[in-house]
Ligand binder design. Structure first.
Ligand code: FNR
Length: 384
C-alpha cells in the first residue's frame, strides 16, 4: 500500500510483515519462551485509564521535551535494536535520517548493521544527537575502546544494556533457520564484532555437542558480554572512561531502579528488551507505576524512561503521567524502515506526534509538564 494510506503503527507492522523474509520477521518479532513478557508489555497499557480534564485551554499544545538535555519534538526515542539491514539495505541510516528530519533521538545498537561512523554520517546535520547502546565486552579494555570510539564520533550518551548478559530463548528465531555465519555476515558489516569467537559447528559430533547452544541470532550476537557486571564496579568504571551521560537499559524491578539512581546513573530505562530476554519479566509500565507511587524522589534525581509495547500516543501519555521523561520504541522503527525506508520512519513519527497531541488536548495538557499521576488510574480489570 502507498505510504499515505498508513494510519497507525499497527498498519505499518502489517506492511513490514508482508515484505520481510521469514527469517527477518522471525528475528524482529520474536521474544523469549512463550513470549508472555512481549505480549504483556503491551497489555499492561490497557490496565491504565485516563482521568481526562476538560475545560482547559489546550490551543497551543506542545508535545516537545528534553531527554538528557537534548531537544526532542515528542517524548519518544528510538530504542537501540540490532540488524536494521535485515529489513532494508540502508538499515540504521534510514532511522538516522527519519529521526533527524523529525527531531527525535535515535539510540544506536552495539550490534548495528552499519558502522557507528556510517550512522553518524547519515544524520541530517552534525548537531543531531545520537545515543549509543552499549553491550559491555567482558574485557574492560575492549569495552573502553568502543565507548571512546563512539564518543569521538560525536555520540551523546551511553545506554548500558544490563538485561542481556546471556541470550534469551527465541524459538521462532531459531526455527527460522539462522546460521551463525549468516548472522555474522550481517552483523559483521557493522563494527566492533568479535567474529573469532562465534561458535561454529563443523561436523556431526560437534553439532550434537553444541546443539544445546544454538540460539538463533541472539546466540551469535551476545557471545562476549560481561556476565559479572555490578552496580558498584561497572558504573564507576563507565564513569572513568567517558564524560557522556550514563543510563542503564534493562532495569526490571523497583529495587534495581533505586540502585541505579544510587549509583548515580543519569537515566534509567525500565525495559525487558521487548520480552526477548527473561519471560515473565514484569511489564515496564507496572514497574514505573510502582516506582512513581512509592519512590517519587527518584524522578528528581534521575530521568526515568521505559520501552516495550508502546504503540499508540495514549501509551506514551500514560508513561509520562506516571513520571517518565520519554519512552523508547524498538520494533516499530524497524518495521517502519523495513516497509518504506527513511520515509517510513518519518511517517511513524508523524503518526505518533498526531496521536500524542490529540491525546494531550483531550486529556487537558498543554505541555508534557501538565501530565501528572492524577491523570491516570490503574484499574484491576482487563478490558477486552
Ligand atoms: C532489540 N533490543 C535490543 N536492545 C539492546 O539493548 N541492544 C540490541 O542490540 C537490541 N536489539 C534488538 C533487536 C530487535 C529485533 C528487537 C525487537 C529489540 C531491545 C530494544 O532496544 C527494546 O528494548 C525493545 O525493542 C522494546 O520493545 P518494543 O518497542 O519492540 O516492543
Amino acid at each position: 500500500p502507498s505510504i499515505s494510506k498508513i494510519l497507525s503503527l499497527y498498519e505499518m507492522e502489517d506492511v513490514a510483515k508482508s515484505l520481510l523474509s521469514n527469517k527477518a520477521w522471525a528475528y524482529y518479532s520474536s521474544a523469549t519462551d512463550e513470549e508472555i513478557a512481549r505480549v504483556e508489555n503491551a497489555r499492561a497499557f490497557s490496565r491504565f485509564f485516563f482521568n481526562a480534564r476538560v475545560m482547559r485551554p489546550v490551543g497551543n499544545c506542545d508535545p516537545s521535551t528534553r531527554i538528557l538535555g537534548f531537544k526532542s519534538s515528542i517524548p519518544v526515542f528510538v530504542s537501540g535494536a540490532a540488524l536494521a539491514k535485515l529489513g532494508h539495505p540502508l538499515g540504521e541510516a534510514n532511522i538516522a535520517q527519519g529521526a533527524g528530519m523529525c527531531n527525535i533521538i535515535q539510540m544506536v545498537s552495539s550490534n548495528a548493521s552499519l558502522s557507528y561512523a556510517q550512522i553518524a554520517e547519515a544524520r541530517v546535520n552534525p548537531s543531531q544527537p545520537l545515543f549509543f547502546q552499549l553491550y559491555k565486552h567482558k574485557d574492560d579494555k575492549v569495552a573502553e575502546q568502543r565507548v571512546r570510539e563512539v564518543e569521538r564520533l560525536g555520540y551523546n550518551a551511553i545506554f548500558l544494556t544490563v538485561d542481556a548478559i546471556v541470550p534469551g530463548n527465541r524459538e521462532r528465531d531459531v526455527r527460522a533457520g539462522w546460521e551463525q555465519e549468516e548472522v555474522e555476515q550481517v552483523a559483521g558489516e557493522g563494527e566492533g564484532k568479535s567474529k573469532a569467537d562465534l561458535p561454529r559447528q563443523r561436523d556431526d559430533m560437534k553439532e550434537l555437542e553444541s546443539s544445546i547452544d544454538i540460539k538463533g541470532t541472539a546466540g551469535a550476537l551476545i557471545v562476549n558480554d560481561d556476565v559479572n557486571m555490578t552496580w558498584k564496579k561497572t558504573i564507576p568504571w563507565l564513569r572513568s572512561v567517558t564524560k557522556l551521560p550514563i543510563c542503564v537499559k534493562g532495569v526490571q524491578c523497583v529495587e534495581d531502579a533505586l540502585l541505579a539512581a544510587e549509583a548515580g546513573c543519569d537515566g534509567i530505562l525500565l525495559s525487558n528488551h521487548g520480552g526477548r530476554q527473561l519471560d515473565y519479566s514484569m511489564p515496564p509500565l507496572e514497574i514505573l507505576y510502582k516506582l512513581r507511587k512509592h519512590h517519587p524522589e527518584v524522578f528528581t534525581k534521575t530521568e526515568v524512561y521505559l520501552d516495550g509495547g508502546v504503540r499508540r500516543g495514549t501509551d506514551v501519555l500514560k508513561a509520562l503521567c506516571l513520571g517518565a521523561t520519554a519512552v523508547g520504541m524498538g520494533r516499530p522503527f524497524l518495521y517502519a524502515q523495513s516497509a518504506y525506508g527513511a520515509a517510513g520512519v518519518v511517517k511513524a513519527i508523524r503518526i505518533l506526534e498526531r496521536e500524542i497531541v490529540m491525546g494531550m488536548q483531550l486529556i487537558g495538557a498543554r505541555s508534557v509538564h501538565d501530565l501528572v499521576p492524577e491523570m491516570v488510574e490503574r484499574v484491576d480489570w482487563q478490558p477486552v
